[in-house]
Design a protein around this ligand. Structure first.
Ligand SMILES: [Zn+2]
Length: 295
């Protein structure tokens, strides 16, 4: 753990929190330091220098590893509603949703593509030169750059603006805001409102997005993204069917029945029409049942 604030046990139980901007938390990864730590723990228990207050080191560590019993998918979908974008934009109250969107383009924002953040709290800092001050008057001496991008997203039926924050932007662009800014400065571009080309890497992607919809601002604040195809397919399959597709199938069924009864058909044709009818009927029933369950 890097840059963690560890408060000793005393009046309160032992706590570990981050310092907002620089902590990385690895869960169940083969991090060399952790492997080394496990080894030394076992050695410590064996030699008696570490109290054996748990049977095994893994048991000792399991308490802090509680969340890893969930799959990434479950964590992604936790506490949120799976729904298509066209439903999200109609929500009357703040809601956490999981949806699939295409990123269309980055919309220019008043303050540009990045902002300065406070080293003590997650707020934005202001000022032309250091010390930069946040709303709580904390003073920050160095520039801590964070991406913040307004992105137009759509799903073919609806469009909306989602705010992508630092982690997700870095994930999609492949470099940090600091690196991108220093590349621009090296190219002699000093205007913070000038959007570098790399920013366009955000556009044209299909993403699974966990987002907090804020009806007050008519925007979604992105919490997490995932680009994996299986992930995207799984979420798409959980969308409720559109009323339109249900009606379409009904219409097809009607057409097929019409053909079936009004035409003199060869037996082989009849069979294929019957199969067609059966197929649409099944899909219709499936959609209808999902619609009824949903409403
Ligand atoms: Zn602050």
């Amino acid at each position: 753990m890097k840059y963690a604030k560890i408060r000793k046990e005393g009046k309160w139980p032992l706590t570990i929190s981050n310092t907002w901007s620089t902590t990385k938390l690895f869960i169940n990864e083969e991090v060399p330091e952790i492997v080394e730590f496990k080894k030394s723990l076992i050695a410590g228990i064996e030699s008696g220098t570490v109290d054996r207050f748990a049977e095994t080191p893994s048991q000792m560590m399991s308490q802090s590893y509680g969340s890893s019993q969930y799959t990434p998918q479950q964590i992604f979908m936790h506490n949120s509603e799976i729904m298509p974008l066209r439903k999200i934009v109609q929500l009357p109250q703040e809601t956490k949703c999981v949806t699939i969107v295409n990123t269309i383009k980055v919309k220019p924002a008043k303050y540009g593509w990045y902002y300065l953040t406070c080293f003590k709290c997650p707020k934005q800092c202001f000022g032309e030169a250091p010390p930069y001050k946040c709303g709580d008057q904390h003073e920050t001496q160095t520039e801590i750059l964070r991406y913040k991008l307004d992105v137009e997203v759509g799903d073919g039926q609806a469009k909306a603006t989602f705010v992508f924050w630092d982690r997700e932007c870095e994930q999609l662009i492949g470099k940090s805001a600091l690196v991108l800014r220093s590349e621009m400065l090296a190219d002699g571009i000093h205007d913070p409102l000038d959007y570098p080309e790399d920013i366009d890497l955000i556009a044209g992607k299909t993403l699974a997005v966990k987002v907090k919809w804020q009806p007050k601002w008519k925007t979604g604040s992105v919490i997490q993204i995932n680009q994996a195809d299986d992930f995207i397919n799984e979420i798409t399959s959980q969308f409720p069917p559109t009323d339109v597709s249900c009606i379409w199938r009904l219409y097809f069924m009607y057409l097929i029945i019409l053909y079936f009864f009004s035409l003199e058909l060869a037996d082989s044709c009849k069979l294929s029409y019957l199969l067609c009818f059966f197929f649409f009927f099944c899909r219709f029933l499936k959609d209808w049942s999902r619609l009824l369950l949903r409403n």
